[in-house]
Write a protein of this length. Structure first.
Length: 208
């Protein structure tokens, strides 16, 4: 069995994460991440360890990795328009909800998974259920159900902000999220795309 050329030297991981790896080596390591799950998992683990630190950086997703995920996803996902959410006066509203990409629905409930909420935006994709919850002003959280035993990565603006391989619980809760373009990857497949904007204007869109 061919061994990983980077396995014995974790310095490569830190250099890549901190953006100080020489350009030629960085390109080689990015290509390596596409085919080496242990190294990608180690990178995600490092990212998760640093996530709670004040000065933690986000990890750039190699461009080839994003392209591969898009190719493997269903054709309609690659070309589908994204659902768009917008913060209006600090409150999350759904302003674009294209049905061809899988529409979100608003569930008006007082409580969700033990949290007091005014409502939850939900969307099903394959065997998974994504829920967006209003948190503090201009912040939101997401809950993904049906992930037990699967690998999961959340990407915002082309950078990994959360990753688990595999997910231990049936549902995963991520909070304190802000504006940006989001991609949800499950088992290396792009499952859901959406965007969250901020615009401090009056609006009549339905929201919480």
């Amino acid at each position: 069995m061919k061994s990983c050329p980077f396995e014995e030297n974790r310095e490569f991981l830190v250099m890549y994460h901190d953006g100080v790896m020489p350009e030629e080596l960085c390109e080689s390591y990015s290509e390596h991440l596409l085919t080496c799950k242990p190294c990608m998992q180690a990178l995600l683990d490092l990212r998760n360890d640093l996530f709670s630190m004040e000065n933690a950086r986000f990890v750039a997703v190699p461009g080839e990795l994003g392209a591969l995920a898009e190719e493997d996803a269903a054709g309609k996902m690659a070309s589908a328009r994204k659902a768009v959410f917008r913060f209006i006066r600090g409150v999350l509203h759904l302003v674009e909800n294209p049905p061809e990409s899988g529409a979100f629905t608003l569930q008006v409930v007082p409580e969700f998974l033990g949290r007091r909420v005014g409502g939850v935006y939900q969307r099903e994709a394959q065997d998974f259920l994504l829920s967006l919850l209003q948190e503090e002003e201009h912040r939101f959280g997401i809950v993904i159900q049906g992930l037990a035993g699967r690998s999961f990565t959340l990407v915002r603006d082309g950078r990994v902000i959360e990753g688990h391989t595999p997910v231990q619980e049936d549902h995963l809760v991520l909070g304190d999220l802000g504006c940006g373009d989001y991609e949800l990857h499950v088992d290396d497949e792009v499952i859901i795309l959406f965007r969250v904007d901020q615009e401090e204007v009056d609006g009549s869109e339905a929201g919480f």
